[in-house]
Design a protein. Sequence first.
Length: 152
Amino acid sequence: MDGSTRFHTDVDPADLEVVRQFEHHALYERDFEAAMRYAHPDLTVREAPSLPYRGTYVGLAGQRQLLADVDAIWAFDGDAIDSEFFAAAGGLVVSRVTGRATLRATGQAVDFLVVELFTVRDGKVADIEVYYYDQEPLRAVPSLDRPPTAPV
């Protein structure tokens, strides 16, 4: 069997705080300039190819486009979103985001669970991979008109 198992023990509490600050400014305050103080200028956020807002979003312009794309699909109940952050070590921070939102295209209310893997490099967020627990409700939503891997 080809593969490997790695154990990381180098947990840096500062990584957790950088991610928390980034998420707070980006998601809750929608202040992307403030959020990018905690991120590399070429930050990449990768959404699954099966999502309507699929692909790779890069930098400040990418952050703005991603939130616009997500807002085109979802209507969030802002008070019902909870985030938890876990330092996993080796520059990896995991967030668990739960909440309730309505799909604009169908009117369906969805209780969601999203896990995000943040890579922190040199004290700043460098990469985010986003995973939805249940993508089924999104299957009825048309994709946005953009190739699935086009950097924004």
